[in-house]
Design a protein around this ligand. Sequence first.
Ligand code: ZN
Length: 444
Amino acid sequence: MNEIDVLKKIASNLTERKNSAALSNYRVLCSNIAFLNRAFATAAGTLRSLHIQIESSLTNDSHLNPQYKSGTDLNAFVPIVSRLQLNSFSVFEKLAALTGPDERAHITLESVSALSRGFDDYNDLVTATRQYIDSIVADSYQLCLLDPKSFNYHVLVSLNSFSKYATKSLAHALFNVEVESALNEFGTIKFKDWAKSHITECNHSTFAQKVDFLFSVLGAPSDPDLPDDLKNLFKFSSEFTHIGYISTFLTSTAGAEVIFGDEDGPYLPSTENFSELKYEILETACKALLATYIPSLVKCLEKLMLKSQADRFSALLHQNAAALSDAIATRNSKYFFFIKTGLIGSSSSIPLTCMCGETRTWVSPHATTDLYCTSCGSSFQLLEVDGDGGYIITSNGPAKIIGANVPDFHDLPMDEQIKLLKQCEEAAKSAHGPQLGGQPDAAP
Ligand SMILES: [Zn+2]
């Protein structure tokens, strides 16, 4: 192969590209996007309202550690920390606005082209993602460090680039005499010395280095793939925001699309492909908030504030994180149901109530491809149980065996319920059983 052969192969691949429809269920995808987007926006909203309380506490000297009180050198960090948070929130909210579910209520065959997703959509989503992922890591890094030289580096490098092209009015609005003098001082430092000078320092200049540093300080995330996911998302989104050979070819190919349909109406392969990406981004964004930003803010407040104050905010921030973490865990999960032997393959319809509350009625002939929740995408695994028992005692609670001839757990007399719960407690002490999908009252 010579260089022209390779060039031709690239050209044909980029121009004759076919739309590959996602295999996953589009309705489930939309439902999960709506759910996670709401959880993400709620978490960001809670951070914003907590910020008001944090700010008022930070301006109260009696809440601060001695080295950060008014009049000290490090007191400069008080307004900086407050401002950093506000900047982050704008970026979070932008991403939340761009990761909502597709609006399908009034889509018909005639108007289905409104759901077509192309370059502009990808560009908006991925550019906002790039900004999010970049700033959440940079802000977490600064909040974690609270180091004057590192913060100076971060700001002066930005200001220096900004000032080169900023118009007079912009420069006037942003640069006062103090900033000018700081920039002038920075101007005396050679480029090669920026990362280590008398006023600046940067020990982790790349995105990947910052990510690794953060997890070394904050501890490994519960999802071991997250550090790589963050780095990969950063590279992927950089492709879109920079030269973008791949991204423009991928997203700007015009042409008729096959029309798909489900109970909610028609849709297009490009809508589904775009939604898949949106969901992936949303999930990584939520995990980044949980594993980098919130713990970094906690760490920062622990430095600035007296223990009693920091503990108070830490509890509220962890509460916010736990709600978001629970929300992620309920999507595309895996649940087990206990079912009486003989029911599968019979003519009976089997109602399977998921942890999210949605009931899927599994009708004969009980195809295993239907064993998932249409609302949250969780998959169901059925464990057949022999004998006349009515409940299975698990570490997660008593589970009624589907098809067993016993009352629902909540219909049992209170003393019976307590007896079962005590047995569950014993089971929980000894082992962690499989996660149960069927709430006790799910069975017929
Ligand atoms: Zn579900």
